[in-house]
Design a binder for this molecule. Structure first.
Ligand code: HEM
Length: 223
């Protein structure tokens, strides 16, 4: 019975469809003209839906809160999606996935910027003195703001030119994204008052991603 199950798994693995799924890589034309535009539009979708809801007046009883929470959640999701690219590429052998990483990371920054803008504009009404006081006063804001500031050098050095110029330092600098994600999760955990389920799910995902990276560095790269 056990060996029958094993044989059928092996035969699935040998089947053409499965091998196509696992091994074939799209051509660079498909990546540039189909996959990248589709991923770009998919990443833009939460923003389009928020703008649409704002125009339709369907952001709920507290529109500012909805905007803050939605943009914050998407910022964190995009950070985690960006961090998943390398493990996914290694597990599936689909090296082209790396070509999506920069776009995903920039979308994380796009949603954090919207999140920060919502805070400055609709929460603090551009009262810079109040903002300067509020950032160090509320620890969850301090942590969120630190994550936002740390993202800026990553965005500025995200071009191919900067990657070539900084060489190994680029990789070192960009591993800051793990720190940023930890700060993002902490920020979320800190601000929730009762139901910690959602931030804990993000914390769990981040832990798996950090574990995978530690495993790679310890056991695979040092081989
Ligand atoms: C990488 C940076 C950041 C990430 C990933 C992030 C993420 C989040 C998340 C996930 C939430 C909760 C969403 C929910 O409950 O569904 C949130 C809420 C919030 N964030 Fe951020 N955030 C970041 C930076 C900032 C910054 C820079 C500020 C302002 C200086 C800020 C201010 C707030 C505020 C005021 C809330 C709402 C709190 C409440 O209504 O209880 N965040 N953020």
């Amino acid at each position: 019975m056990k060996s029958e199950g094993l044989t059928s798994i092996k035969s699935i693995a040998k089947s053409h469809t499965f091998q196509f799924f696992i091994m074939s890589s799209p051509s660079s034309t498909t990546i540039s003209f189909i996959i990248k535009p589709v991923v770009f539009l998919a990443c833009l979708l939460p923003f389009v839906m928020l703008v649409y809801a704002a125009f339709m007046g369907s952001l709920g009883v507290n529109p500012v809160e909805t905007l803050t929470l939605e943009t914050g959640s998407w910022a964190l999701r995009f950070l985690l999606i960006t961090l998943s690219v390398t493990p996914l590429r290694m597990i599936t052998g689909q090296s082209w996935l790396i070509k999506l990483r920069r776009m995903l990371g920039l979308f994380a920054f796009f949603y954090v910027s919207l999140h920060f803008t919502t805070y400055i504009w609709f929460d603090q009404y551009f009262d810079w003195a109040a903002i300067v006081k509020d950032i160090p006063k509320r620890p969850f804001i301090t942590v969120g703001f630190s994550a936002f500031v740390l993202l800026i050098p990553l965005v500025l050095t995200s071009t191919n030119k900067m990657m070539r110029r900084l060489k190994r330092n680029w990789t070192k600098l960009h591993s800051l994204v793990y720190v940023i994600a930890v700060l993002g999760v902490l920020h979320f955990l800190w601000l929730v008052k009762a139901d910690t389920r959602e931030p804990l799910i993000y914390a769990g995902i981040l832990l798996v991603l950090l574990g995978y990276r530690a495993y790679q560095q310890r056991f695979v790269k040092s081989r």
